[in-house]
Design a protein around this ligand. Structure first.
Ligand code: GDP
Ligand code: GDP
Length: 437
């Protein structure tokens, strides 16, 4: 199991400052998308050789005492449920407040280890003032300045002493598993698919924290393969406020997409592909995400011999130019081919990490160039000398040539098709660059 540390405390005590300090060394994943619904941030970090997840439960707590209490209770509850250790942060400049007392009460009953952290201890005076926090009665009490970093090393030594080698290794491993997001418009069958997968009881390993509370990450194990499925919070429990639904479902889809390696884009077989589907698809492609198209509710379609093939052909036309993606015809309701969908996503993930040696690449691609040269432009012939794969996240290829600006789109398409014919980049939006040699 991986190890997770949660940071709780009332607003303004310095939780985000501390969180950011922890994560900056590792340049983690936190992106604060417009702040609309940020109420939990998640990251992965390490200290003295131990890797662990950090959740900042902070974020928006509305002012006004009642709401305050309720929100803080929620925060602490999340921390107790999801974390293996809790950092309870307070502010030495302000002293003990009622809310601190309330949080302390809740945490005293928790069975997880709690570290009381008295923050903003920037100087000796603050330290003297801060000693009043001992009265809260926590065995592990630390005095730090998140701003300058003083005292944080000692705190982290104590926290990481709780983490076993195995937990640390698991945290790293889970962090590196393929991440899939289920996306699609309302009513295409996202929750049905999720439930079909969840229905397979033993497949779930654990729920792990998403970047925000809008996404839920679930660690699965199917056919000896492991992956993390990201779904948006709205999927399992549907929002009752219909007007918000559309707007938030788009925001959430984008968040889930950002966190994913491969997007499982679901479309409704009866409705066919809509303009919205196409814009989600293009967005995923632009972001360099792997894509699998799942045509759901296939049980409702009357089928003849070539129905699936014809359907796929028709869809591919609409998705052009990038349409080298797997199409899987599923029924979430009848649970048909849902494992095939997962297998396809795993294959796409593998394609995304594919590295081709320069010699192999040149052997194939220079042959393609020989058999069909780029058209002559302004009287000069274009010579592509060699090709190499760039060390990037999204498979990218640099073609070195004499007049890079004179290579037109149709020829680029030709080269991309040749690349795809020879190497499996199904589901991956590859990038081609042309450089002066
Ligand atoms: P959060 O609401 O608990 O996440 O608190 P923030 O991290 O946003 O911090 C609230 C304010 O306290 C910000 O203005 C920070 O710059 C400030 N702050 C955080 N840590 C320290 C510290 O160690 N010393 C001082 N003097 N200020 C701090
Ligand atoms: P979501 O909004 O994308 O999460 O869609 P839901 O999973 O809630 O499904 C919307 C409706 O489509 C529900 O009434 C489902 O029962 C139905 N549905 C989902 N998948 C299938 C399927 O494979 N076949 C059929 N016939 N109906 C389905």
């Amino acid at each position: 199991m991986s190890f997770t540390v949660a940071i709780v405390g009332r607003p303004n005590v310095g939780k985000s400052t501390f969180f950011n300090r922890l994560l900056e060394q590792r340049k983690a994943i936190v992106d604060d998308v417009s702040g609309v619904t940020r109420d939990r941030q998640y990251g992965i970090t390490d200290w003295s050789g131990k890797t662990f997840n950090v959740i900042d439960t902070g974020g928006f707590v509305h002012d006004g005492t009642d709401v305050f209490e309720v929100e803080i209770r929620k925060q602490v509850k999340i921390a107790i449920e999801e974390a293996d250790a809790i950092i309870f942060m307070t502010d030495s400049a302000i002293g003990i407040t009622d809310l601190d007392e309330a949080v302390a009460d809740l945490l005293r009953r928790a069975t997880k280890p709690v570290f009381l952290v008295v923050n903003k201890v920037d100087n000796n005076n603050r330290y003297l003032e801060g000693t009043e926090f001992y009265s809260l009665g926590f065995e592990n009490t630390y005095f730090v300045s998140s701003m300058s970093g003083s005292g944080t090393g000692e705190l982290l030594d104590a926290v990481t002493a709780l983490i076993t080698e195995e937990e640390s290794e698991d945290t790293v491993r889970v962090g590196e598993l393929p991440k899939f997001a289920i996306i699609g418009q309302p009513n295409v069958g996202k929750s049905s698919l999720l439930n079909a997968l969840i229905g397979e009881e033993r497949t779930i390993v654990s729920d792990i924290a998403g970047t925000t509370r809008d996404t839920i990450h679930t660690h699965y194990k199917l056919f000896q393969k492991e992956f993390v499925l990201i779904d948006t919070a709205g999927i399992r429990k549907k929002s009752k406020e219909k007007d918000d639904l559309e707007f938030y479902s788009i925001i959430r889809a984008i968040k889930a997409m950002d966190e994913a390696d491969v997007c499982l884009l679901i479309i409704d077989a009866e409705k066919g592909i809509t303009a919205q589907d196409i814009s989600i698809y293009s967005l995923a492609a632009r972001k360099g995400k792997g894509i699998v198209v799942l045509v759901n509710k296939w049980d409702l379609v009357e089928k003849e011999t070539n129905t699936a093939r014809d359907y796929e052909k028709e869809l591919k036309k609409r998705l052009a130019p990038f349409n080298d993606v797997p199409f899987i015809f599923i029924s979430a309701k009848e649970k048909t081919r849902i494992f095939k969908a997962i297998e396809a996503a795993l294959q796409v993930f593998e394609n995304k990490t594919r590295k081709i040696s320069t010699s192999e690449l040149n052997e194939v691609m220079l042959k393609a160039v020989e058999s069909y040269h780029a058209p002559v432009v302004r009287g000069h012939s274009i010579k592509i000398k060699y090709v190499t794969q760039l060390p990037t996240h999204v498979p990218s290829f640099a073609f070195f040539c004499n007049f890079p600006d004179d290579i037109k789109q149709p020829y680029k398409n030709y080269l991309e098709n040749k690349l795809r014919e020879n190497f499996d980049f199904s589901g991956i939006p590859v990038r081609l660059f042309f450089r002066k040699k």
